[in-house]
Write a protein of this length. Structure first.
Length: 215
């Protein structure tokens, strides 16, 4: 069985959508990968034929053990590349996801081992996300919650940020909201008002669903 870049992208999109708490169906992949519905239908047929995914009676798509193994390896390489770009080359944190998307398919096993030797096997990526597959339930077990759920007066630290939206990352970087930032919630509702030291930050409430924080 030949694992192409296209197959890797579909498998990773399934895992990433799951990590955001979504039930993955064909329409989910159309949205996540910005491709046509016929292209997704053909890809699902190929992945199912190769026993990399299962498709439920209502169209739910899940990874098989073989698909999950490939995806885990790809996510690990993506994670290592992001860390390499920031920790070794100093690339801005809001740029590294797009670069890693291109490089992850070209990394050899030998180079991956070198990255692990240099960076270590653990550690969060520049967006605060841990290596491997994660889920909202996993994050809550680690004591995290969404920024949208904080109450006025609560002091929080940004733990992780949704990394697959470049405009969002640039917006947050300009506002000073990045992993490790310590904030105090002033108000909630249609907009979020936060304080970082003497600086006041206003964010759209929807942005609060893309950021995980800890008390």
């Amino acid at each position: 069985m030949r694992i192409t870049i296209s197959k890797e992208n579909y498998l990773k999109a399934i895992a990433e959508a799951e990590s955001e708490g979504e039930t993955v169906k064909a329409v989910t992949l159309t949205r996540w990968l910005n491709v046509s519905a016929p292209a997704v239908t053909m890809a699902i047929k190929r992945l199912k034929r190769d026993t990399l995914i299962r498709v439920g009676a209502e169209g739910q798509i899940t990874l098989t053990p073989a698909g999950r193994e490939i995806t885990s390896r790809l996510l690990n390489r993506h994670h290592l590349i992001e860390r390499m770009l920031t920790e070794i080359f100093g690339l801005e944190w809001y740029k590294v996801h797009d670069e890693a998307e291109q490089l992850e398919h070209a990394v050899s096993a030998d180079f991956e081992r070198k990255l692990v030797e240099r960076l270590g096997p653990a550690g969060a990526c520049p967006h605060g996300n841990i290596v491997g597959m994660d889920s909202p339930a996993d994050r809550r077990e680690r004591g995290l919650k969404l920024l949208a759920e904080v109450r006025p007066g609560e002091r929080i630290t940004v733990a992780s940020v949704f990394e697959r939206d470049r405009k969002l990352l640039e917006y947050l970087d300009e506002a000073g909201v990045r992993p490790g930032a310590r904030l105090e919630a002033i108000s909630a509702g249609k907009s979020l008002e936060l304080r970082a030291g003497r600086k006041r930050i206003r964010l759209d409430a929807q942005v609060g669903t893309k950021i995980w924080v800890k008390a």
